[in-house]
Design a protein around this ligand. Structure first.
Ligand code: ZN
Length: 435
């Protein structure tokens, strides 16, 4: 248990260091850490962690090492620049419970930059919001992990258990970054991931699949259009069939605890489409990319089977499919959803810390989005708390994060570190002599 005076010191330290924390977050947002370009941002974090005296681990993700795992997502790009970074704080004597503070460095594409009010890589703070691609999802959280630790140390306290600061890649496409960190052996008594979750704790989330559907047509001149077979029309028919599957899965929401109250928990997104070669030629090909969601407890194999069946029966029932089954290729996420068990010690500690920082009760909710927490929860059996700041328009134009919320979330995490890991007064510690 922390003393009242220690709590005050930690909270004050977060405030005292907060401007520095924001500046550091802005620096990090300036790195366009899109998929395949995360390495320079990772170097920046590597240095920041080294300066704190952590023992450092940086490795390139090797598909060979992880592809056997059931949570692995197929890879369609080079991992030349896909580095994970982990900094470990280790007390001289470990007495408390260990902690992983995780976040992802990768961000999604900006879309047409001219649709933004300002450059997505120019993180200005305006009216209490920090703008920029990745500001909310999730560089503010990634930095909050480090800033929370800084505040504990600045308040003259030494955590009494190992803390692993993880910055992983691939959260937005496969989850292979988190998987690689788990398989490298990182394990702790609890995990916090400060994703932008509106100051709430995630109770449950969906699993996600990425796949590409390719339809093959038959080209012909448009004067004899009926001689050809239009792959783009067939793609529309395929999408129509998948939409019906989406509705079917949504209609099953009452069978899945924590999903009953969501209006539309299962979202299929047609995220990309390409097809055809010439306006006056019946298109011989079309392909589109889908992101589909599944409930926790549904295996990805089961979902894949239903997806395949759906397109097969569409071929039988819809003449626009031309009698030819489309090919399905899995291109990323192969992820199951999870439910966070209620009432764990980690959750109770978070509740207490949130209450102190926010002066309000912690709320929980179910999110229809992917989270790396599934790796730690399902395969690592660690209580994983996804909890982070208020945001707007993540994955959209003018993504932004609420500054005050970042401050309070940082306070919660700092208190969590101190409560969970335990602390010792630095001036009483021998350990302090060598730091
Ligand atoms: Zn995220």
């Amino acid at each position: 248990m922390l003393k009242e005076s220690q709590v005050k010191r930690i909270l004050n330290s977060v405030d005292f260091l907060f401007d520095e924390q924001l500046k550091f977050t802005q620096e990090l947002v300036k790195y366009p850490s899109l998929r395949g370009q995360e390495h320079t941002a990772q170097d920046f974090l590597f240095n920041a962690m080294s300066e704190r005296g952590f023992s450092m681990d940086r490795w390139k993700i090797d598909v060979e090492d992880i592809q056997h795992h059931e949570g692995f997502g197929p890879v369609t790009v080079s991992y030349e620049n896909a580095f994970n970074v982990v900094g470990t704080y280790r007390p001289s004597q470990s007495k408390g419970r260990s902690l992983i503070l995780n976040g992802h460095i990768d961000v999604v594409p900006t879309g047409p930059a001219e649709m933004w009010s300002r450059s997505p890589w120019d993180p200005e703070i305006i009216d209490g919001w920090m703008y920029g691609r990745g500001a909310a999802d999730m560089k503010a959280g990634l930095v909050a992990n480090l800033a929370a630790y800084d505040a504990v140390r600045a308040s003259g306290l030494l955590p009494q258990a190992p803390i692993y600061f993880q910055s992983v890649v691939e959260e937005e496409c496969t989850g292979n970054g988190a998987l690689s960190a788990l398989l490298r052996g990182y394990q702790a008594d609890a995990v916090i991931i400060p994703e932008p979750e509106e100051n709430m704790l995630v109770r449950a989330n969906v699993g996600v699949l990425w796949f590409k559907v390719r339809v093959t047509g038959k080209p012909s001149h448009t004067r004899e259009m009926d001689q050809g077979f239009n792959a783009i029309d067939a793609a529309y028919a395929s999408i129509h069939a998948l939409r019906k599957l989406e509705e079917q899965w949504n209609s099953q929401k009452n069978d899945h605890p924590y999903f009953e109250d969501l209006e539309h928990p299962i979202n299929f997104n047609v995220g990309k489409i390409n097809g055809g070669d010439w306006p006056s030629t019946v298109p011989p090909w079309c392909e589109f990319d889908i992101r589909a969601a599944i409930y926790p407890g549904i295996s990805t194999d089961q979902a894949k089977k239903e997806i395949k069946e759906t397109l097969k029966s569409a071929v039988r029932e819809d003449p626009r499919m031309g009698g030819v089954p489309p090919t399905i290729t899995y291109t990323g996420f192969n992820a199951e959803g999870y439910v966070l068990k209620e009432g764990s010690d980690a959750e109770m500690t978070l509740r207490e810390c949130h209450q102190t920082a926010f002066k309000s009760e912690l709320q929980t909710f179910t999110t229809p989005g992917y989270l790396d927490a599934r790796v730690f929860t399902i395969y690592g059996d660690m209580p994983t708390l996804v909890y982070g700041p208020k945001s707007h328009d993540i994955h959209g134009f003018d993504e932004r994060v609420d500054i005050e919320s970042v401050r309070l979330v940082t306070k919660t995490i700092a208190l969590f570190i101190a409560n969970w890991c335990g602390v010792e007064e630095a001036h009483l510690s021998k350990e302090n002599d060598n730091r």
